[in-house]
Ligand binder design. Structure first.
Ligand SMILES: *[C@@H]1O[C@H](CO)[C@@H](O)[C@H](O)[C@H]1NC(C)=O
Ligand SMILES: *[C@@H]1O[C@H](CO)[C@@H](O)[C@H](O)[C@H]1NC(C)=O
Ligand SMILES: *[C@@H]1O[C@H](CO)[C@@H](O)[C@H](O)[C@H]1NC(C)=O
Length: 303
C-alpha cells in the first residue's frame, strides 16, 4: 500500500513542469486571426490629422506576468507585454488584444497551471482565403508553432478570431464555413494533433453586411472540440469594427472560461491520458508509472 502512494507521488512529481521554465514554456497557445485578435484596443485615429496611435493604457488584467511568455517575431521566448502583436502585425498600429488578458485569467483560475507561452500569429485585415494551407499566413503559423514546440511544451489550444473581412461579399460569406473547417482540419493535421482544442470568437462586427452569415458559419462548425466564445455586444471603438481595451479584457476572460471548461478534468487522469494519446512524450512516463501503480495496487489488494 505504501508503495502505491510512493509511486503515485513519484508519478505526480514527474508530471510537474521543471522550475526553470523560461527555457520551457509548457502551455502553448496559438493566437491567430485578424485585427481583433492582434489587438486594436486603445488605438485611436485622430480624425483631424489621420494619424493613428495607441493610447498606451494597459489594464491590470493585461499586465506582464513572470509566467507568461510570447514567441517573438525573431522566434525567441520573451516576456509577453502589450501590444502583444506589435512585432508580428507590423503594418498596423497595434493595441490591446485578448492574449494577455486570457493568459492572466487562466493563471488566476489555476495558479498551478504552469508557464504560458503565447504564439501570436494574427494579421489585421486578412480574409479566410489568406489562411488557407500553402499560403503565407498558414505556413508561418505552422512554422511558429513548431518552433514553440521545440522548447518541450504542449499546444493547449488555438485561439482564433477572424471573419470580419469575409462579410463583404455574399458569396464569400457563404463559402466561409467550408473554408474555415478546412483551415481547422489542415492545421490540426499539420500540428499532428487531430483533437487540438480550438476556441473561436464569433464576430462582434464586420467590414461588410453579411456578418450574420459568417456568424452562423462559425456557430455551425461541425468538428469535435471547437468551442465558440461570443463577442457580439462587447463595446467597440468608434470605428464600429474593433473591440475596445475593456472589451478585450472581457473577451480574454471569456476565452479563459471556455478553455478551462474544454479541459476534461483539472489535472486528472483523463487529461493526462488524452495528452499521452496525442503523442506528447513528456506525459508518457507519467502515464506508464500511473498504470504501474494501479497494477501494483491491484496485486497488493489481492495478496
Ligand atoms: C535557467 O536556464 C538558463 C539557461 O540554461 C540559465 O541561464 C538560468 O540561470 C536558469 N534559471 C534558473 C532560475 O535556474
Ligand atoms: C483614420 O481616419 C482617416 C480619416 O477619417 C482615414 O482616412 C484613415 O483610414 C483612418 N485610419 C485608420 C487606421 O483607421
Ligand atoms: C482575400 O484577400 C486577398 C488579399 O487581399 C485578395 O487577393 C482576395 O481576393 C481576398 N479573397 C476573398 C475571398 O475575399
Amino acid at each position: 500500500m505504501r508503495w502505491f502512494f510512493f509511486l503515485l507521488t513519484l508519478s505526480h512529481a514527474m508530471s510537474l513542469p521543471s522550475k526553470n521554465l523560461s527555457q520551457n514554456p509548457l502551455n502553448i497557445f496559438i493566437l491567430a486571426g485578424q485585427s481583433n485578435m492582434a489587438g486594436r484596443g486603445g488605438v485611436v485615429n485622430d480624425t483631424n490629422t489621420g494619424v493613428t496611435t495607441w493610447d498606451g493604457i494597459v489594464p491590470p488584467q493585461c499586465q506582464p506576468n513572470p509566467s507568461i511568455f510570447k514567441l517573438s517575431a525573431k522566434l525567441t521566448w520573451v516576456q509577453a507585454h502589450e501590444p502583444l502583436h506589435a512585432d508580428i502585425d507590423v503594418a498596423k498600429i497595434n493595441g490591446v488584444g485578448p492574449g494577455l488578458a486570457f493568459a492572466n485569467a487562466v493563471l488566476t483560475k489555476d495558479p498551478n497551471f504552469g508557464v504560458v507561452g503565447l504564439v501570436p500569429c494574427a494579421i489585421g485585415g486578412t480574409n479566410i482565403s489568406e489562411w488557407e494551407k500553402g499560403k503565407f499566413l498558414y505556413e508561418q503559423t505552422v512554422r511558429r508553432a513548431n518552433v514553440a514546440l521545440q522548447s518541450g511544451g504542449v499546444i493547449r489550444a488555438l485561439l482564433w478570431y477572424q471573419g470580419e473581412s469575409d462579410t463583404v461579399n455574399k458569396e464569400d460569406a457563404e463559402l466561409y464555413k467550408g473554408r474555415l473547417e478546412k483551415f481547422f482540419m489542415d492545421l490540426r493535421g499539420d500540428l499532428q494533433d487531430p483533437l487540438l482544442p480550438i476556441i473561436q470568437v464569433t464576430l462582434a462586427s464586420g467590414q461588410g453586411p453579411y456578418i450574420n452569415i459568417v456568424r452562423e458559419a462559425q456557430l455551425g462548425i461541425d468538428l469535435l472540440d471547437v468551442h465558440c466564445v461570443e463577442a457580439k455586444g462587447l463595446p467597440l471603438e468608434p470605428d464600429g469594427l474593433h473591440l475596445t481595451t475593456q472589451a478585450q479584457v472581457r473577451l480574454g476572460g471569456l476565452l479563459a472560461d471556455a478553455f478551462m471548461e474544454s479541459m476534461p478534468s483539472p489535472m486528472g487522469v483523463s487529461r493526462t491520458s488524452i495528452a499521452a494519446h496525442r503523442g506528447f512524450s513528456n506525459f508518457v512516463p507519467y502515464f506508464f508509472i500511473a498504470s504501474l501503480s494501479i497494477l501494483l495496487f491491484t496485486i497488493l489488494t489481492f495478496i
